[in-house]
Ligand binder design. Sequence first.
Ligand code: PLP
Length: 360
Amino acid sequence: MDIYIEPIADQDLKPLFSDPEQLGFGQFFTDRMFTMQYNQAKSWHDAKIEKYKALSLDPAACVLHYSQEIFEGLKVYLSADNRVLMFRPEQNARRLNRSAARICMPTIPEEDFLQAIKKLVMLEKRWIPKAPGTTLYVRPIMLGVEPRIGIHPSSEYLFCVLLSPVGPYFKTGFNPVSIYVEDTMGRAIAGGVGDVKTGGNYAASLWAGRKAQEKGFSQVLWLDAKEHRYVEEVGAMNIFFGYRDKLVTPVLTGSILPGITRDSVLKMAEDLGYKAEESLLSIDEVLQGIVSGEITEVFGVGTAALVVPIGSFYYKNQNYMVNNNQVGAVTKTIYNRLMNIQYGKVADQYGWVHQLGFID
Ligand SMILES: Cc1ncc(COP(=O)(O)O)c(C=O)c1O
């Protein structure tokens, strides 16, 4: 793929933030973005890296009416010796293509997805934050942009990649969070699109998320949308339960997003000496396990926050405290191991880390 790089004059570059504490999550964007167009005659074409700017969309564009939109989220990590690293980006390329296929969008060759991101990141490398726990977040999106009303798959698409320097996802740091178990609303239905990364799933989650936060909880635990019985995900993270002798995560039933962090934890677990299982877990058995002490720790996993210890669940007017609201030993081990691999602090025995280059 040939990528045209639009020149930007030095005086048009944005000033870098001076205080990494102010970064927050997803509030600042770099100078440039990658864009590429699709139509049926030319397939993907016009790949370019241009100045970050507002998009121009026809008000009749499909995405604005029928939500034909998908996205991804991955991070760039800077190692102590200034290597620019990414974690399993080919998995994001594959998941983007699974999402695309599910909602009738064109796929993107994996090598083009990786080339676009690598080129953009290295052009924008001055934006990679250096403070501990900070990263450059990469957000690819694909939109159906054909200007025609009437429910149909768009014949034209825009693929775009944005970069955002970010601090920790949770301001509370690596401390246990309290979870509201949602027992009436559902995030995603069986046979629907919960297992792909399309915006509508997140719109569907907003009401319950806001309600939980207003009640003082950090996130929602989603149960299956039919029976409100089986545990699915926590906020926008997959969930793991630590039993005395094993780690268990809900099996992918079709309404759960197959997280790349989830997959990594399952693969690492055995090497860290833990048995790991995927199974159907009902909320009743989970809460009983917490009360009996059989479940000793619980944590959420995802790219944005990596590993989030869970300190309590609130379900039908009752609070269930996990591990005395303390971070568990397995949670800590998994968090440290993953973070050390991502930041290039330890040898990567899995071949997960891609080195894009160096910063000077
Ligand atoms: C709904 C949902 N579940 C789980 C995850 C975790 O996935 P990953 O580990 O690939 O970031 C995400 C984040 O992408 C998500 O949006």
